[in-house]
Design a protein around this ligand. Structure first.
Ligand SMILES: O=C(O)CCC(=O)C(=O)O
Ligand SMILES: [Fe+2]
Length: 315
């Protein structure tokens, strides 16, 4: 797609898919290898704790994750995630801060696409997740945590503090596996970014009656990347397939503006004006998160919902 067409679609529709932007071999395989090692560690630990009958190291990644999630019945998403939760943080809350993840955040192809929308002074916003979702029917009740199951209708601006309302935070959703209607691809409402911020209820969701008309599903190929406006209404379908559905959702914004999560660390990912400010050291990045975790384990988290949940539409 030409730049003008891409930008035209982003501004008109509130989103654009850059088809096969990332290379499955050089960009995605390092993440698969990295997460395979992490799964190894989890399997060995949970096996040692007697939660699993085997470490299942002969299974391919997806099958192995499904087996481990299903047999353990344990919440697992936070072991894989690349950000901290919004509450209940302890000094040992798991967070996955590998070099492969840091390289994804700094991927030049990804940043080239981001630059088209927000310009060359690019800050990696700390609202970021990995979602590796097993078939939803296999999840135990405790495992229906936000990142493991389908996502309800929302706008990403609604999960950031109001201080970032004017920051043009760009959501960047990366398909690591193909995302299909069966395995839980995204749904978006084209043009909904023009309608302002809608009331979200206590479950961080826009009530069905307030979701704008015209939703479409957004199947995406492995390596394709969605760029989405912070007010575009979106959700995801449940995974009703037999395999995993894997994505990263990252966010970027211009340098020097509020991120909406001031207690979490971001970093300068690209800067023409001040190249020396760019963070290139993976260990420094991991340390920033470890410091934030230690601090947050002692203190209070700000309230993240700007809605009380008692709005009439939430009844
Ligand atoms: O992948 C999903 O299920 C939801 C992703 C999402 O809400 C986002 O990327 O902002
Ligand atoms: Fe979202």
């Amino acid at each position: 797609m030409q730049t003008a067409e891409l930008l035209g679609q982003f501004h008109e529709q509130g989103f654009v898919v850059v088809e096969e932007l990332l290379d499955p071999g050089s960009d995605l395989q390092p993440l698969v290898d990295d997460y395979s090692e992490l799964l190894d560690e989890m399997a060995e630990q949970w096996y040692a704790e007697g939660v699993l009958a085997s470490t299942y190291d002969d299974l391919p990644f997806g099958r192995r994750l499904i087996q481990i999630v299903r047999e353990s019945g344990r919440p697992y998403s936070q072991y894989l995630d690349i950000s901290l939760p919004l509450g209940g943080i302890t000094p040992t809350t798991p967070i996955h801060l590998s070099a492969a993840v840091f390289n994804l955040l700094r991927n030049p192809r990804l940043l080239d696409a981001v630059e088209l929308v927000i310009g060359p002074e690019i800050y990696s916003n700390p609202i970021q997740h990995v979602r590796i979702k097993p078939p939803e029917r296999l999840l135990a009740r405790d495992q229906h945590e936000g990142l493991a199951a389908k996502t309800g209708w929302h706008q990403d601006q609604g999960v950031a503090l109001p201080e970032a309302d004017e920051t043009p935070i760009l959501t960047v959703w990366v398909a690591v596996t193909d995302a299909t209607e069966q395995n839980g691809c995204l749904c978006v409402v084209p043009g909904s970014h023009r309608e302002g911020l809608i009331t979200h209820c206590r479950n961080k969701q826009i009530p069905d009656a307030l979701v704008s008309d015209g939703a479409v599903t957004l199947p995406m190929k492995r390596g394709s990347v969605l760029l989405m406006h912070r007010r575009t209404q979106h959700a995801s379908l449940p995974n009703v397939s037999d395999d995993i559905r894997w994505s990263f959702d990252l966010r970027y914004q211009p340098v020097g503006q509020p991120t909406g999560r001031p207690m979490f660390p971001g970093f300068v990912a690209r800067s023409r004006r001040n190249p020396a400010s760019v963070l290139t050291d993976h260990c420094v990045w991991a340390d920033l998160w470890h410091e934030a975790r230690a601090r947050l384990a002692q203190g209070e988290m700000p309230e993240f919902s700007r809605w009380s949940g008692h709005e009439p539409v939430c009844a």
